[in-house]
Design a binder for this molecule. Structure first.
Ligand code: GDP
Ligand code: MG
Length: 212
């Protein structure tokens, strides 16, 4: 039976091929990591429920690119049905960092006029010896592109894996609460659950009764 969620957020994981998108998603949802795997792993999507406050359960629909990023032909509906994006680069591959701005612009072009909240993930932070991108550079880029945050993550060493998903989910929720993200019937990036909708109707009705 499906757990009654309060909100549903679509989140897409993007970045160059081989930066570790599928590994991160797999680690977060299944808890495991296989270093020996050579060919890139492609997952379509995963579902994960996250409680961010005692009474707030968020159902996350997490979209992976299933290898399409190699051809730069990511299914547009992935982005259109998302409110959040984990944009990743590999700290040991400078090229993947240089492509972050391109990915960012491409996503914005696809989703407009809908919003997209970005988290910049500097991935494979365990590869300290062959590091090609400094933390300060990553932080500066996240700020320049007006992203929610910058996080250094290692799926291999299990560093900041759940923090990445929590930071993004909480950030989206806070922006929604502040009225910075509005819900629309023709957009499925952020959906309000029936329990929250019913609650709002009850509140409105009682407010009416009070003034009457
Ligand atoms: N050192 C290191 N390697 C990783 C990490 N995460 C993934 N990898 C490796 O990076 C390669 C590409 O991973 P994959 O998840 O398929 O990348 P994707 O193409 O972006 O989905 C694989 O060989 C993984 O084992 C990490 O945190 N540290
Ligand atoms: Mg993959």
């Amino acid at each position: 039976m499906e757990v009654p969620w309060n909100f549903r957020f679509g989140i897409v994981i993007l970045g160059d091929s081989f930066v570790g998108k599928s590994s991160l998603l797999h680690r977060f949802t299944e808890g495991t990591f296989e270093e020996s795997r050579q060919s890139p792993l492609g997952i379509d999507f995963k579902v994960h429920n996250m409680k961010i406050e005692p009474n707030v359960l968020i159902k996350l629909l997490l979209w992976d690119t299933a290898g399409q990023e190699r051809f730069r032909s990511i299914c547009k509906s992935y982005m259109r049905n998302s409110v959040g994006c984990i944009l990743m680069f590999d700290v040991s591959q400078r090229k993947s960092f240089e492509h972050v701005s391109l990915w960012h612009q491409e996503v914005l072009d696809y989703v407009k006029p809908n919003p997209m909240i970005f988290l910049l993930v500097a991935h494979k932070s365990d590869l300290a010896v062959c590091r090609e991108v400094r933390k300060s550079e990553g932080e500066a880029l996240a700020e320049k592109l007006n992203m929610l945050a910058y996080l250094e993550v290692s799926t291999k060493d299990y560093i900041n894996v759940s923090e990445a998903f929590e930071t993004l989910t909480t950030g989206i929720y806070q922006q929604f609460q502040k009225g910075e993200i509005s819900v629309r019937d023709d957009w499925h990036g952020l959906t309000v659950g029936t329990s929250v909708k019913n609650e709002k109707t009850v509140t409105k009705k009682s407010a009416c009764c009070n003034c009457g």
